[in-house]
Design a binder for this molecule. Sequence first.
Ligand SMILES: [Zn+2]
Length: 496
Amino acid sequence: MRRPLLHQALAILGTLIPATLAALPAAAGYIDHLSDPSDIGRNKVPRTGTQRVLVLRVEIGTPPDWSEVAGFYDPGNAVDGFTRYWEVQSLGVYRPEAELAPVVHYDTCPMPAPHDDCVIDRGDVTALEPALALLRDALRRAHDELGVDFSRYDQNGDGWTDGVAAIINTDVGGIALPVAELSETFPGFTPADFTFDGVRVNAVAVAKRSDTRNYLHEFGHLLGFDDMYNESALDISFPDFGWEPNPGSAWSRMGSGYGRFTSLNAVDRVKAGWATVVPVTSSLPAAVVPPVLESGVVYQLGSGNEYFLIENRRPSTVGDAWYPWDSDIPGRGGLAVYRVSDTHKPNPTFTIIPRLLECPNCNEFGPFIFFEQADGLFEYQSEAGFDHEKDEADFFQTGDELVSRPDNTLPVSRTNLVLRSNYLAGAVTGASVRNVDSDASYPDVVATLDPFTPPLCGRIPASSGGGLASAIPLAVAFAAVRWMAGQRGVRARARA
Ligand SMILES: [Zn+2]
């Protein structure tokens, strides 16, 4: 339903691309899925530590009931709110604490026709500039009239806000707007400045009041996560596009079909530095894979440009430390196996306009993320679509396996969709996920994990058996350890 409009919009944009590309400064790095993880400030908000986040409520016309919004953003909401979500996803590394600004009220919509009802369809690029003006005015009024002190929202002192969201009571498509960049992109835009109290607003996560689950998705963009679904069916990097809505990414807040309780996926958490990555460098006959939201543990098979990330996704129930997140995982869940092709990761030099056109998962046979579906049906690559809500069999459970197929070394394609650990291009990797037992040690999963062959030499002694080797900074590791210790306590109590 939403695709034709966006497609249309992108077609319009497409005519502008050559000039746009030429005119825009390079090295933006906004929503590049952490291809450049370091550019916190203009392009990304911090993703470690406790961070103060500003939330605007923009009210057009009759005041709605804002109590659900307030409850969701209340840092004291230790169950199903904004703070708790990111704290669980980051394994305690990142704790955003929202502050609600007083409501910014407009008696009538200040946008010009045809958007004078403040209704903006998803992907309507003609609304971009007037929406930017509205956002600028709402921020200005929050500052000038309502006493919001923006210096509170730059705790690291880099001159940029550490996270701003705007929730509006009209029907707007959720979007994360890099306002600093956009104000420079539109030369006629006045005022181009989003600076208040000496602090520049880098980006704003915009969502409509009624769509709570979208608040988290749009804020994910501010952290640097890209969309992991295929919406545009237009991709300047991979013209051989597909039409599937979500060919590569499943069970991710940044994918399609996410629900209120959907977590990030393994790729997201590894790129953010929120995972404890366990590289498999020699065969592990009985690797224990604890639930990822309890442990942060992600096993990695292979390295370089194409590798597998493996995590244990279990549905949470009351008593689990990560409840209610992932409570909508179907059945008993199991191992989620993602193939990551870093050659197809989002280009970190793209600015917002090419970013809208780029689609790292639009080539369903050569995506950034390829979800290996245990049932071998590849419904995510199917034109018939898939049932995201129900397909428990996509998780690796007892008896499932991902192994080499030396008898099939053709590239993956529409007519050659085979569950195998070979490279997408066909060559055997030697990697495997075997002897899966998802029942005996529930909620842990035990499996044999084999690395790519020939084995990676020299990085980790074989005798270590691929022990914990974290790619994350020390402070992050400490925070994760503290979190895990707390989680284990909770789990021990829950099981007792
Ligand atoms: Zn998005």
